[in-house]
Design a protein around this ligand. Structure first.
Ligand code: PMT
Length: 400
């Protein structure tokens, strides 16, 4: 959730400022880009050099960079840069200045000019925190839509114990991640995706399968998770590791995938079938390895359940269903027939006729046919970009 997010980290004059160094590190570790602004009093607790070294960017605490040359720092530009302005620690003084709109230092000027959401993580002694004035300031800030990351209880710098110490860097990073998630376009949407091939056993070591690598399904899972969705990926046997933040259930056979997929679809908002499910399995298989002379020259097959068709039969209300069609010819008619037959909202066609499309590759070339008659043809792209194109169309199918 914090990947490529631009976080403006404001540090004010509290002993908790030392934790801001760890916070900056933690945010970066989770993929965020961090720029730091400090109040003059914060620089007495921790040096700008520490934060500049950690973030790889100069730290700003004054309007002028160089008093002799008149070179100045553009507080408006910084205010516009961030996706969020996190003030941590936020002292009682800063909270009060935020309420009154006081603009007596560089950080407060950025506060007034920032267009991104401002978030405060207060830090102070317990009596200062409990004081009516502080509580009233917090109430006003909350009423203006400024989220407050509650301080924690424990030993304070004064030697007293109580509520007032700034939340730990990891808790703040978690809070921020959840906050971005709640604002994401697919927040609270549950998606179930099937991916990869299935292995249908002949004996203990041999199976029927296909060339699917799982890359298309995993790319979609990653993209949907980045947009805040709660993603359940049901994966056949592939060499890919679980995308961060995605719940993965690994299966071998179509029957296993079918059972888990039907259960997961019951509570899902969106179902996406990228898996290349084996249409047939061996009617009987051996639990031990067959010797060469025991292997039958003909294997009797039995039809596997069609997972996507069964999702289509169970689809209800606002559930959205997306299928894939892998064809070796142009495939438009066949894709459109699957779109109707399996009760889909749209189908993604990829044809092995197009070089770089379909199985195994890092790229794909797709066309999308919607149930409302619209169609879209895309160029050859990376599977990550293809996932984005699919999600863009998916978003138009969700209830507003
Ligand atoms: O995994 P990669 O190497 O990245 O390759 C991606 C892909 C080519 C596998 C993928 O883009 C793709 O096209 N997946 C569907 C492949 C396929 O089996 O298509 P189909 O035309 O046989 O099936 C149509 C749809 O029904 C598919 O959504 C399929 O998941 C689903 N299906 C099919 C049979 C079955 N028993 N159960 C199903 O759910």
């Amino acid at each position: 959730m914090l990947h490529q997010k631009k976080i403006l980290l404001g540090i004010t004059g509290s002993i908790a400022a030392y934790k801001s160094a760890l916070l900056a590190r933690e945010l970066q570790r989770r993929g965020a880009e961090v720029r730091v602004i400090m109040t003059p009093s914060a620089t007495e607790f921790i040096t700008p050099l520490t934060l500049a070294t950690l973030t790889g960017h100069p730290v700003h605490s004054d309007f002028t960079e160089n008093k002799d040359s008149g070179e100045w720092t553009n507080h408006v530009e910084l205010g516009l840069w961030g996706d969020a302005f996190l003030i941590a620690p936020a002292t009682a003084q800063t909270l009060s200045a935020m309420v009154s709109g006081t603009c007596d230092n560089f950080l407060m000027a950025v506060h007034l000019s920032s267009r991104c959401p401002v978030i405060a993580a207060p830090a102070m002694d317990l009596d200062m925190f409990q004081h009516e004035a502080t509580q009233s300031n917090l109430k006003i800030l909350k009423s203006r839509g400024v989220p407050i990351i509650e301080p924690e209880s424990g030993a304070l710098a004064s030697g007293l114990e109580g509520k007032g110490r700034m939340a730990e860097p990891e808790s703040i990073a978690n809070w921020l991640e959840n906050w971005f998630r709640s604002k994401a376009p697919l927040a609270e949407k549950k998606v179930v995706i099937t991916a990869g091939p299935t292995h249908e056993p002949i004996d203990a070591v041999r199976f029927i399968s296909n060339r699917s690598s799982g890359k298309m399904g995993y790319a979609l899972a990653t993209e949907l998770n980045a947009l805040g969705a709660d993603v359940h990926l049901i994966s056949g046997p592939v060499q890919l590791s679980a995308p961060a933040g995605v719940q993965v259930t690994r299966v071998e056979t179509a029957i296993e995938m079918h059972t888990i997929a039907l259960k997961s679809f019951e509570t899902a908002d969106i179902g996406i079938a990228t898996a290349a499910v084996a249409d047939y399995r061996a009617k009987s298989s051996s639990s031990v390895k067959l010797h060469r002379d025991e292997i039958p020259t003909a294997i009797q097959l039995q039809e596997n359940p069609d997972i996507l068709a069964d999702w289509g039969k169970r689809k209800r209300g606002t559930q959205v269903l997306i299928g894939f069609a892998l064809e070796t010819d142009e495939g438009v008619e066949s894709a459109k027939s699957k779109l109707a037959r399996k009760n889909l909202d749209f189908i993604v066609l990829n044809s092995t006729q197009n070089e770089g499309a379909g199985f195994g590759t890092d790229t794909n070339q797709i066309s999308i046919f919607e149930q409302n008659g619209k169609s879209h043809i895309f160029d050859l792209k990376s599977k990550k970009e293809v996932a984005r194109d699919i999600v863009t169309i998916l978003l138009t199918h969700l209830p507003q």
